[in-house]
Design a protein around this ligand. Structure first.
Ligand code: KIV
Ligand code: ZN
Length: 512
């Protein structure tokens, strides 16, 4: 079987998705999980785009040793030198250079001639090769590029030293047969194509990103650029979990394999959803909440008799926990420890003690504590680590007659107690206004949603919000059986992220 290189761009194209904003430690946490998952290449960011991105790429290059760390650069000298500065301490660094080659982009966006674009591509690859040996080149909008010009650019980029050629379907315009034929034509018209790796990068505008990637593999591509949960610009990219499970399930037909440890897929999906704030749609292939749920009686009957009747994959191979143990207020520490192990959490004794206390508090309020409740507890724990202000107490009064009022007590950066109160149009508005009276950071609330994590009247409510300050969006999440408390926690979480990032820039992340 041929190996397919998994090039994960969750932290670059995925992070470009509208509304996403990951800080350095969140990017590092996702990268560590991608390393455990077995991604071959991690595209960590676009260093010239911001000092935060530069810092993130540099940190990942220093800390991640089990995967190649790649930095994106336009075909301009400063981008390439900045990308190199960010990755030069990496174990296996790669620079990914791109330039648009379609006439639409060349004419309207770049306002250059084809000759100029060709020269820039060659010069950029040569410059990158002066720094390192692993250079990837992408002709952006390849699927809308005149094929003759595309072959010319690819021949020149390989001659200049690119050893991976990536074919982006930037606007998700191709259909699988057409895309497969383009890959054949590239092999037929670019003589040295068989001496380098052919990669594809597909967008999902027409819902065909994964299908196009599979078609490319069937025509000889050996690297796929993809993201966890398929996040990315607009409708997103090829979903890593879909591509990997297609190869795991149909490997014999395609004669292809990956180095991904499929058992890490579920926890990686949950982590990315948690940190980016992008929820996974319930019917999402492989990792959606309904992906292995059977509603119709006929299907349920079949699955009870033999799982293969209606399931093409075993949920356990994706790392979805199977345990039937139900935890509740009588459960002891060993049952919780076992459940945490099954869910892939390896906690130190101190962390476990803290989790056990939170678990007991939850079990007092909720009859059954499910796997999703525990994931939520763990996520909640992570959220509290970066706190500048901590929500100590919140009290609201509301109803159809009274004026909604909230009083809050926060613990400030130096451990001081800070209390204030406010009226509002509703209890959440009052709580946010009371918090604003203490944490004086101007921002605009742009998104607010409440979800119940599990079924039942005692379910935990999970609140996801986004706030915007200086054009940057910050996600906040909070979970609690009381949705006003969950809303206040989500707001504190978003504010703490905002404060953390302004502190980072105050201290000068440098570089880009
Ligand atoms: O979609 C695209 O063309 C890209 C390139 C930078 C590869 O993301
Ligand atoms: Zn893209």
């Amino acid at each position: 079987m041929d190996k397919v290189i998994i090039f994960d761009t969750t932290l670059r194209d995925g992070e470009q998705a509208a509304g996403s904003s990951l800080n350095v430690s969140e990017k590092l946490e996702i990268a560590r999980q991608l390393e455990r998952l077995g991604a071959d290449v991690i595209e960590a960011g676009f260093p010239v785009s911001s000092s935060g991105d530069f810092e993130a790429v540099r940190t990942l290059s220093r800390q991640i040793r089990g995967a190649s760390i790649c930095a994106l650069a336009r075909a301009v000298p400063n981008d390439i030198d900045t990308a190199w500065e960010a990755i030069k301490e990496g174990a296996a660094p790669r620079i990914h250079v791109f330039i648009s080659t379609s006439d639409i982009h060349i004419q309207y966006q770049l306002k250059k001639s084809r000759e100029e674009v060709l020269a820039m591509a060659v010069e950029a690859v040569r410059q990158a090769r002066k720094h390192l040996s692993d250079v990837e080149f992408s002709p952006m909008d390849a699927t809308r590029t005149d094929p003759t010009f595309l072959y010319q650019v690819l021949n020149a980029a390989i001659a200049a030293g690119a050893n991976t050629i990536n074919i982006p379907d930037t606007v998700g315009y191709a259909v699988p047969d057409e895309f497969g034929s383009l890959i054949d034509d590239i092999y037929d018209n670019v003589p040295d194509m068989r001496n380098v790796t052919l990669s594809v990068h597909c967008h999902n505008d027409l819902g065909l990103a994964t299908a196009n990637a599979v078609s490319a593999l069937m025509h000889g591509a050996r690297q796929i650029e993809c993201t966890i949960n398929g996040i990315g610009e607009r409708a997103g990219n090829t979903a890593l979990e879909e591509l990997v499970m297609i190869l795991a399930t149909k490997g014999a037909l395609l004669n292809l394999k990956t180095s991904v440890n499929t058992k890490q897929i579920y926890s990686t999906s949950r982590l990315v959803s948690e940190l980016t704030g992008f929820q996974v749609q319930p019917n999402k292939a492989v990792v959606g909440a309904n992906a292995f749920r059977h509603q119709s009686g006929i299907h349920q009957d079949g699955v009870i008799k033999q799982r293969f009747t209606y399931e093409v994959m075993d949920p356990q191979t994706i790392g979805i926990p199977s345990s039937s143990i139900v935890l509740g207020k009588l459960s002891g520490s060993s049952a919780l420890r076992q459940r945490l192990d099954e869910l892939g959490y390896n906690l130190s004794n101190d962390d476990f003690e803290r989790t056990f206390i939170s678990f007991k508090e939850l079990a007092d309020k909720k009859k059954e504590v499910t796997a999703r409740d525990i994931e939520s507890l763990m996520a909640e724990d992570k959220r509290t680590v970066i706190e500048h202000y901590h929500l100590e107490r919140i009290q609201v009064t509301c109803g159809d007659r009274g004026i909604p009022t909230a009083a809050v007590k926060l613990i400030g950066p130096n451990g001081e107690e800070l209390a204030d109160a406010s009226l509002g149009t509703g209890p959440v508005d009052a709580a946010y206004k009371a918090i604003n009276r203490i944490v004086k950071v101007p921002n605009k609330l742009t998104e607010f949603s409440v979800n119940s994590i599990t079924a039942g009247i005692d379910a935990i409510g999970e609140v996801l919000i986004r706030i915007e300050a200086d054009g940057i969006s910050y996600t906040g999440r909070g979970a609690d059986p009381d949705i006003v408390v969950a809303s206040a926690k989500a707001y504190m979480n978003a504010l703490n992220r905002l404060l953390a990032s302004s502190r980072l820039s105050e201290h000068g992340a440098g570089g880009a």
